[in-house]
Every structure is written in structure tokens, then in C-alpha cells.
Design a protein around this ligand. Structure first.
Ligand SMILES: Cc1cc2nc3c(=O)[nH]c(=O)nc-3n(C[C@H](O)[C@H](O)[C@H](O)COP(=O)(O)OP(=O)(O)OC[C@H]3O[C@@H](n4cnc5c(N)ncnc54)[C@H](O)[C@@H]3O)c2cc1C
Length: 471
């Protein structure tokens, strides 16, 4: 008998869930409220100030070689990885040439030696800076990259110099956890460090390699996954774009999903929206089912909705700007940030898309953990570009403030788990797991939920040709 699966949400978690569940005996329907797939990591068509259309993203994203499940899903979906991602060795170079950069002669060295070479050659660092970092990194390793749940990243970094904090730890922490070190949870930071610096990367990539998208984020995974699902499942895959699920109701044999003009039955549901709508709908479901008294899981679902609803969020702002003929010294540069100069990174989209004329001269400035209002942020970033990059004729394309970009990955955080009720699971970057809110966290949770469905469908044979061996 065929199992009818509904996936609610066509972000990276939802598409990974659909892909992982796909196989003989499973019909997959994805409901996506928006007009495009990808959620917070989606493509966006914008206009340059001279009227030329340019394909950008909802926010500039970066992957690393340690994103093994994301890269495996992309590969399975048919995305040509080496063409679609520009690999850069770990580095945080500033426009003045200071900062960390793996020396060219060490790029092919074993990871730990390359890291050592990077530290020893960091420009502007004293021997005290380097020794301090080695001592602290050694301490982390001795502790097995584990710390007290209440530790912040700042606590873990006691003993590091101001220079090492400014050139390395602060930019790494804000880019990975979207919080400054004094607020960010130490345990998740250590896990990211361990996996990125000492872990196994996907295929031949170093775990610590920075992977910059060379296509827009829609093409990079969600649209490819949708094509793969159509090719694999044919009419057993349905994509219902622009359809928001507003409620669900348990039935003896599964679930009914309701929305504007539909009320459809499914055997299993993976709820893959962000935390806000997940908390709302599950809260409602817990209340209605508790009233009837028939469902023993209503109270645990209520607790889940509460945990989900109590997560805090931090913003990310992306300022896209353009100047004809502009080219930075590198595809990605770190910037010195302060409240008046809020961007931490700038990306040269022209270098990432060398064959796309519309992209030449387009920069993406990233303000992680951003605060304040859109136009003030835009002005401050353009001023920062004048001062730190000597770019005086940049014209803004669009400034996008994502207020709820990531959950606030603070110490002692209790994240909700994936189990909601029988036949109803959650997927999304906010669920309990080793990583902060990232593409990898989203995809991992989606793969886990999808695989569970396939196991339950009794079709989880390793040689059915659906699951990539690496996932
Ligand atoms: C500006 C920005 C920059 C970022 N940079 C990075 C980065 O460099 N590297 C990195 O790894 N991560 C980065 N992230 C984080 C990353 O984008 C997210 O962790 C990831 O996209 C979350 O995916 P998701 O599928 O869990 O959730 P979402 O992307 O939120 O997807 C949920 C989907 O559900 C849909 N939906 C919601 N409600 C309903 C409903 N009722 N019915 C049907 N559909 C519904 C939404 O429209 C959406 O498409 C960044 C995020 C932002 C915003």
C-alpha cells in the first residue's frame, strides 16, 4: 500500500525531507506557502539601479566542506557541485591584507598542518597572539570540544588577545551563530569548530573549506530537488506552490491538512516550516485535541509548542550594492565592524558569477546579528564601504532585513525535538541538534524525518537507488 506523505514547507529542510522520503511506496506532496521554493535561502530577482535584472538571493549564504548532508543532497539532486560552489581555503582576509589566510604553499597540506601554517603566517599577529590561540585551542581539544552548557563563547576564549578575538573568533562566531561572543552558546560553537577544523569534509573537500555559491540559492538545491523528485516519483510527487496549510486534524488513519480551499487526507506529515508557524499550528492542535480528550500526546505537543514559541531570534541584513566595473581584491573579504560600520563581510558577486554580465560590479554586504532600521543600516554600510574599501560611487540595489533569520543560539538553550505526535514529525533548522541555524542543520533534520518515513513505509532497502550512500 502506498503511504501518502505531506511535507509542509518547501525550504531546505522540507525539500531534504521530501527527497529522503522518496522511494517505492511513498507519495510525496510538498505544500509551500510562497511562490518560490527555498524559504530563507531562496533566490530573488532584483533590478540594478540601471534597470538591468539581476538574480540574487534573499540573503548572501556561505557553506563549508563540513556540510556533508547538504552537499550529499545537492549531489543526489543532480547539482554539479564543483561548478556550483567556489572553494576557498579557510581564511578571513581584511581589505588591508591583514587577517588569516591559508598560505598558497600550505593549501594541499594535511588540515591540521595547514591550520598551523595559517596561524603562524597571520599578518599583524604577534607571537603572544599565536601562542595564546594555540594554548586555548589545545585546551578545547583536551576537553573533547565539550564545555558547560552555560558557557558563552567569550568564556571559552578567556586568555585570547584582543587581536585574535577581532581577527578570528568574533567573525567566526557571528557568521556561524549570528551572535556576538558574549551572547553566543559555547557548546554549539565548539561543535562547529570541531567539525570544521578536525572533521571530514564532503567528498574531496576539506571540512574547513569555504564554499561560495556560484548560482542562486534556488538552483543550488530546492529547485534541483523538486526536479529530482519529479523525475524519481513522476506523478507520485506533487508540488503545491502558494498553498498555505493553516491547520491539521488527526484522523484514525492519519492526518487531514486544511488551508484556503483544501482539506486533504495524508498518512504522515512532516511539518517543515520555521519555528514561528510551527509553534502556532501545534499550539492550536494541542488545544483542540486536548478538549476532545482522545489523544494522549496533546499535552506533550502543547509543551513542544511552548518550547518552540519561546525561542528568541536574531536578524541578518544583506545590503546589495553596485558600481559599474567594480572588482574587489578577493571574492570575499572580512570587514572591521562596529555599531557605525555594521557589516562583517562583503562578497563580490561578479567574481562568483564570472559569466553573468548582470552580476559584474554587484557586492553583497552581510550584517550578522544586525540591529536597527533598514535605511539606517544601508547608509551605515555604504559609509563603511567608503572608509574601508574606498568605494565612493556604490549605488544601493536593495537592503533586505530578515528579522527572524536564525534562532538565538544562546547558552543553556533547550531546543524542541522532532517528534510531535504519531505520524507527525517536525523538520527545520531550529530543532535540537549539534548545529546552529544553518543550511546543514535544516537539511540534517529534513533527512532524519524523511528517512524515518521511508523506514516506516518498509522501503528502506539500501540498494533501492534512491539514497546517496553518503547521506
Ligand atoms: C539572511 C540570511 C543569511 C543566512 N546565511 C547563512 C549562511 O551563510 N550559511 C548557512 O548555513 N545558513 C545561513 N542562514 C540560515 C539558513 O538560511 C536557514 O537555516 C535555513 O534556510 C532554514 O531552512 P528551513 O527549511 O529550516 O526553514 P525556512 O527556510 O524558513 O523554510 C520554511 C518554509 O516553510 C514555508 N511555510 C511557512 N509556513 C507555511 C505554511 N503554513 N504552509 C506552507 N508553507 C509554509 C515558508 O514559506 C518557507 O519556504 C541564513 C539565513 C538568512 C535569513
Amino acid at each position: 500500500m502506498t503511504l501518502r506523505l505531506a511535507v509542509v514547507g518547501g525550504g531546505w529542510a522540507g525539500m531534504a525531507a521530501a527527497q529522503s522520503a522518496a522511494g517505492p511506496g511513498v507519495d510525496v506532496t510538498v505544500f509551500e506557502a510562497a511562490r518560490e521554493l527555498g524559504g530563507r535561502a531562496r533566490a530573488l530577482l532584483l533590478l540594478r539601479p540601471d534597470g538591468v535584472p539581476v538574480h540574487l538571493d534573499n540573503g548572501q549564504h556561505i557553506l563549508i566542506g563540513a556540510y556533508v548532508q547538504t552537499l550529499a543532497c545537492m549531489e543526489q539532486a543532480g547539482v554539479p557541485l564543483s561548478e556550483s560552489l567556489l572553494e576557498l581555503p579557510l581564511g578571513l582576509p581584511f581589505p588591508d591584507g591583514s587577517g588569516l589566510q591559508t598560505p598558497v604553499w600550505a593549501i594541499r597540506w594535511p588540515a591540521s598542518l595547514a591550520l598551523l601554517a595559517t596561524m603562524l603566517t597571520a599578518r599583524g599577529w604577534s607571537w603572544a597572539d599565536r601562542l595564546g590561540l594555540m594554548r586555548v585551542a589545545w585546551r578545547w581539544q583536551l576537553q573533547g570540544f565539550v564545555c558547560a552548557p552555560s558557557d558563552t563563547v567569550a568564556t571559552l576564549c578567556q586568555g585570547l588577545s584582543v587581536r585574535v578575538m577581532a581577527d578570528l573568533i568574533e567573525p567566526l562566531c557571528v557568521s556561524a551563530l549570528n551572535l556576538p561572543t558574549r551572547r553566543a552558546g559555547g557548546q554549539v560553537f565548539l561543535r562547529v569548530m570541531r567539525d570544521a577544523l578536525l572533521g571530514q569534509g564532503f567528498a574531496n573537500w576539506r571540512a574547513s573549506s569555504l564554499l561560495l555559491p556560484r548560482t542562486n540559492l534556488g538552483i543550488l538545491f530546492p529547485e534541483a530537488a523538486s526536479r529530482w523528485l519529479t523525475a524519481t516519483l513522476d506523478h507520485r510527487f506533487r508540488l503545491r506552490m502558494g498553498e498555505r496549510v493553516t491547520g491539521l486534524r488527526p484522523e484514525p488513519s492519519g492526518w487531514r491538512l486544511m488551508g484556503d480551499g483544501f482539506d486533504d487526507p495524508f498518512d504522515q506529515v512532516i511539518w517543515a516550516t520555521s519555528a514561528g508557524p510551527a509553534s502556532q499550528v501545534m499550539h492550536q492542535l494541542a488545544q483542540t485535541t486536548a478538549d476532545s480528550g482522545e489523544h494522549p500526546w496533546s499535552s506533550s505537543l502543547g509543551a513542544w509548542a511552548e518550547a518552540c514559541g519561546s525561542l528568541g531570534f536574531t536578524a541578518i541584513t544583506t545590503v546589495y550594492a553596485w558600481s559599474p566595473g567594480l572588482r574587489l581584491s578577493q571574492p570575499m573579504l572580512a570587514l572591521r565592524d562596529s555599531p557605525a560600520a555594521p557589516a562583517q563581510f562583503v562578497f563580490d558577486r561578479g567574481q562568483l558569477h564570472p559569466n553573468d554580465a548582470s552580476m559584474q560590479g554587484v557586492l553583497a554586504f552581510v550584517v550578522s546579528a544586525s540591529a536597527g532600521e533598514r535605511s539606517a543600516l544601508e547608509r551605515a554600510v555604504l559609509q563603511q564601504a567608503r572608509e574601508q574599501l574606498e568605494l565612493h560611487d556604490l549605488q544601493p540595489i536593495r537592503t533586505i532585513v530578515e528579522k527572524r533569520a536564525t534562532f538565538a543560539c544562546t547558552p543553556d538553550l533547550r531546543r524542541p525535538g522532532p517528534h510531535l505526535a504519531p505520524g507527525l514529525q517536525a523538520a527545520g533548522d531550529y530543532l535540537d541538534g549539534p548545529y546552529p541555524a544553518t543550511l546543514e542543520a535544516a537539511v540534517r533534520s529534513g533527512v532524519a524525518a524523511g528517512t524515518q518515513v521511508r523506514v516506516q513505509a518498509g522501503r528502506n532497502s539500501p540498494d533501492d537507488g534512491i539514497t546517496s550512500g553518503r547521506v
